[in-house]
Design a protein around this ligand. Sequence first.
Ligand code: SF4
Length: 369
Amino acid sequence: DDAFKVTPWDVEGMVDYAKLIEEFGTSPLTDELLEKTARLTTSELPIYFRRRFFFSHRDYDKVLEDYENGKGFFLYTGRGPSGPMHIGHIIPFFATKWLQEKFGVNLYVQITDDEKFLFKERLTFDDTKRWAYDNILDIIAVGFDPDKTFIFQDSEFTKIYEMAIPIAKKINYSMAKAVFGFTEQSKIGMIFYPAIQAAPTFFERKRCLIPAAIDQDPYWRLQRDFAESLGYYKTAAIHSKFVPGLMGLEGKMSASKPETAVYLTDDPEEAGKKIWKYALTGGRATAKEQREKGGEPEKCVVFKWFEIFFEPDDKKLMERYHACKSGELLCGQCKRELIERVQAFLKEHQKKRKEAEKKVEKFKYTGEL
Ligand code: SF4
């Protein structure tokens, strides 16, 4: 069964990304667009683009044109603070950082403590505000430019309400319902929320580019329906694939299944044990069989994690692929190598996260636009 489902709140099954481009009506991120990105930034593309972790877009061609013509653009992304962030959450932020650095553009990061409070029955408003602070540390730790990065928390950044009002008049209930799947039981705060989420796409009179996982696309489709009628640009987006959890390539890493995720605040030792115990491999039943037949990296989460984030060197990634296929490399060894990379990443990240505590005020945006 190859059924899969992708909505903003749920990703199930083995995702067929080419099919998703058709279903969502987005465009593939072509070689041509990536080459143009490399040319305009005079940089080598990072692995997220080279290996097509970002694979789809809307109007990214126009973003590049605007940049080329000196009109510029700005970046917008966000985080729903409902719990600790894991590796799957942070990877798109690294890609965003690359874009900010190379294009030298402003980035707005919306922390939706209001949304998570409204949408998650079990969370109090205090919970989501606490998680907001916690998650902001992880985001700052990625290394964004403090002079060009504006992190704002909806409950504090009250100006956003004023901006949401004209938007709220453009979205009717059935449009929002089609995207969010509201029911009779949905809280009225949830129904207003799409207006709050669209507001940052109007923060500057330039084209907005949103780097986000493809499951978020429906929100922006809504924005694209009314943006021009308010005198703004339809937002552009580049879409990433999902980072799989430890236990399988299907779906995405999920905070609701803690054993399948590596959290950014996990003790590196514990994270290592978790990977050792739970990471699905494409290995054979016995070492003997694996030496004879080779492993199956295309079915392997360990390999996928190397590919997405933990092996930046293309040549070394290919070597690992062939060593696996030929039966030369066994899963124990391969897993240990991944664990080392993940632990080194966590240690470095946690150090930067600690330093971020002193930088929160510098990044936080509460003022006038
Ligand atoms: Fe996966 Fe590595 Fe085992 Fe190959 S050797 S199946 S890449 S864990």
